[in-house]
Structures are given as C-alpha cells and as structure tokens.
Design a protein around this ligand. Structure first.
Ligand SMILES: [Zn+2]
Length: 203
C-alpha cells in the first residue's frame, strides 16, 4: 500500500478530462490500485477517490463516507436514478472550492468487486452524491460542470447574513433567553457547516 499523488485540475486537467477504460484483469495490480486509492483518500480526508484522479485511466473508484465502511467499485454502471437533491460538493482535484450540485437522491449501481464478483448496491443521499461524483470522474466530468449556480449564490448570501446576525447578537447581549437560543443555533451551524465542508471537500 502506498500513497499516490492526487492530480489537480490546475496541472493535469487534460488527464482528468479523459474517459477511463474498463478494468479487464482483476489481479494484484488492481488490488494495489484500490488499496492505494483508499489510503490516499483517507490521508486527504476524502470520502471518495477515482482512479483517474491518481493518473490511472481505469474505471474504478473507492468511497467511504465515515472512514469505517469502505466500498470499492470496478467497472460501475448506474442503472437507476430517482429523485433530486442539491448538496454541497468539493473535489480533491480542485482544492478549496465548494458549490451546490444537483444530483439524484437515489441511485442503483452495478459494479464488480476487486475479485471480479458482480454486485448491485442502492445508494441514497450523500452516498448517492459520492457515487455520481466519482462516476463522473470516470467520464472526464467534473462537478464544476454541473454547479447549481442559483442555489450556490443563494446559500453563500444566506451564510454571510447569518454570520452577521450571530456576531451582532453575540456583541449585544449575554444573558437573555433569546441569546442563549442564538448561541445554540450558532454552535449547531458551526458543526453542520464544518461537517458539510469536510464531506464536500473530499471526493
Ligand atoms: Zn472529485
């Protein structure tokens, strides 16, 4: 197992835009690639990483939303999509950027494991987002191609206003019940946004 360099769009856009080929041989080389993808993803605090992001143009990616359950997908196909969600995304190949992207809420995916055994998996919510994001990498598509501009702008504005209100409240009072509520809301917001951005950063 080893860490691999994650390609960035700033230096390797051409590679990241290429379409990856199917995996044909399920051998030690593939095992090493999948192990390395997982190690590299974890080291970068990611929740997903696709082979082309480390310069290997093969249809394989790994996902772990919580760092406990690990999923490997080889030659994956999305065979069913349902619903719509718009959530914050980021990409390890495009550091320090986030935006909202529209994705299906539920996807069913068919793929092979590292031993060439076929399986089918249903993914919802953030897991569905991660699957779609990584799938796109295999086709040279980046999340920045699909930004929900309107929502991204709206959320940025909202966050800015919220920060102002919170800071204002903090300065004005210290003991009213209203203020206690506001400070709770603030810490909740903090947790949520840091969780979101750490999730969003990572795929
Ligand atoms: Zn990505």
């Amino acid at each position: 197992m080893a860490l691999r360099e994650i390609l960035k769009t700033s230096d390797n856009l051409e590679t990241l835009r290429r379409i990856s080929r199917e995996v044909e041989v399920f051998d030690e080389k593939l095992f090493a690639l999948l192990d390395d993808l997982t190690d590299t993803m974890l080291k970068a605090n990611g929740v997903g990483l696709a082979a082309p992001q480390v310069g290997i143009l093969r249809r394989a990616f790994v996902i772990s939303l919580d760092g406990k359950d690990f999923y490997e997908f080889v030659n994956p196909k999305i065979i069913f999509e349902k619903g719509m969600q718009s959530d914050e995304e980021g990409c390890l190949s495009i550091p320090n950027q986030h935006a909202y992207v529209k994705r299906p809420r539920k996807v069913i995916i068919q793929a092979y494991d590292r031993h060439g055994e076929g399986f089918e998996l249903t993914a919802y919510d953030r897991f569905a987002v991660a699957v779609c994001h990584e799938m796109d990498h295999l086709n040279g598509i980046l999340y920045t191609d699909k930004i929900d501009t309107e929502l991204t702008e709206r959320m940025e504005k909202k966050l800015k206003n919220k920060r102002k209100v919170i800071e204002g409240t903090e300065v004005l009072t210290t003991s009213s019940e209203e203020n206690a509520g506001a400070s709770n809301a603030r810490s909740n917001n903090k947790n949520n946004s840091s969780e979101l951005s750490s999730k969003g950063e990572q795929t």
